[in-house]
Design a protein. Structure first.
Length: 192
């Protein structure tokens, strides 16, 4: 059975934001599609910052990160949802990725190889919400942080294919918001 992991990256642990509704809609669609779904809410976990290369290379990781690594290894498809903050992912998401995608996990300790294959075969959908129009982020700002995440983190670690959905103006009005929720349900049913 295909297993999906939803990584909820909104930094507010209280919930109630568009990102939370999008994750719920994706989960609903995936369950309707007959897929097994796990959700990992980053804001509910203690994810300390890495402050040195020695910490990054250290094979011992916090328990919350061991849980995330096990969920990633078990998943066939991963959905990462977060809001755009200051043109990039929130600091908690970045800290989570740095902790989780350490060399010992991604490359059995050898980050000098050109391509990493341990996580190969796991597709990723990145969903980014933002206050500005998505077109402005894509064309005026060049979607630089999204491109960096796709190329320099996810593909470098072996994930692929990596797809994305950009939701501007925080989903828009009520009708637009419902269309986005329906789109996420559809993507969930297709495990894309």
């Amino acid at each position: 059975m295909t297993r999906i992991l939803i990584l909820q990256g909104h930094p507010d642990p209280a919930g109630g934001h568009l990102d939370h509704a999008l994750a719920d809609a994706y989960r609903e669609g995936a369950e309707q599609g007959g897929f097994a779904v796990d959700t990992y809410t980053i804001a509910h976990r203690d994810v300390p910052l890495l402050r040195s290369k020695a910490e990054f290379l250290d094979a011992s990781v916090p328990p919350a990160i061991l849980e995330a690594q096990a969920l990633i290894e078990a998943a066939h498809h991963i959905v990462l949802i977060y809001p755009l903050w200051l043109g990039d992912m929130p600091a908690g998401v970045k800290a989570f990725l740095e902790q989780t995608l350490r060399p010992a996990f991604v490359a059995d300790g050898d980050m000098n190889r050109l391509r990493h294959t341990r996580l190969k075969g796991r597709s990723v959908r990145i969903v980014v919400t933002m206050g500005m129009p998505a077109l402005a982020y894509r064309w005026w700002f060049g979607a630089h942080s999204l491109k960096s995440l796709e190329r320099n983190i996810l593909r470098f670690c072996g994930f692929g294919p990596v797809r994305h959905t950009l939701i501007g103006q925080n989903g828009g009005n009520a009708a637009a918001r419902e269309r986005w929720l329906q789109q996420l349900r559809t993507l969930g049913r297709q495990a894309k």
